[in-house]
Design a binder for this molecule. Structure first.
Ligand code: PNS
Length: 155
């Protein structure tokens, strides 16, 4: 059973994340979407909300939360692969550093990158939040349950 972990803050999940989850699910027997409890940047949505939104958007996918080192969590889950999505070159530095740091700590765990679909290459959770907060339409950027939740927040 090949298990992959797809970690992130998912604050909130976007169509770009969703695309990566679907594509990773084609490659692995089991994909665990792992939502970090305390992201380095302050999250707008609570952990419970972030997890719930993902569960609503991708029924059937395992969604969990984790705390502490990602590689420790991956080990606990018996996962040898961490999946990350890569958008523009600007993602590269951070992702490269993170992948090498994780490899240093856990040489048997591999990080693989899925290139974003061109439709989502500009998309980020931060911009989605900003647009929604300013009354803009995010319905084509995020799954319907997330758009609904963002709209509710703005009311
Ligand atoms: O969606 P994000 O915010 O880019 O996800 C970042 C995440 C959660 C993957 C990263 O911050 C992480 O793995 N944090 C856990 C702590 C850890 O293992 N740090 C060492 C590796 S840099």
């Amino acid at each position: 059973m090949k298990t992959a972990i797809y970690p992130g803050s998912f604050d909130p999940i976007t169509n770009g994340h969703l695309d990566i989850i679907k594509r990773a699910s084609e490659l692995f027997d089991r994909v665990i979407v792992a939502v970090i409890k305390n992201p380095s940047k302050k999250s707008q949505f609570s952990l419970a909300d972030r997890v719930e939104m993902i569960k609503k958007c991708v029924p059937g996918v395992i969604v969990e939360s984790f705390d502490g080192l990602l590689v420790e969590y991956a080990r606990q889950k018996g996962a040898k692969t961490i999946v990350r999505g890569l958008r523009a070159v600007s993602d590269f530095d951070y992702e490269f550093q993170m992948a090498l740091t994780n490899r240093k700590m856990a040489p048997t765990i591999e990080t693989i990158f899925l290139m974003t679909d061109y439709r989502y290459s500009y998309l980020s959770s931060s911009f989605v939040k900003q647009i929604a907060a300013l009354g803009g339409d995010v319905s084509e950027l995020v799954p319907a349950p997330v758009a609904k939740k963002l709209k509710k927040r703005g009311e």
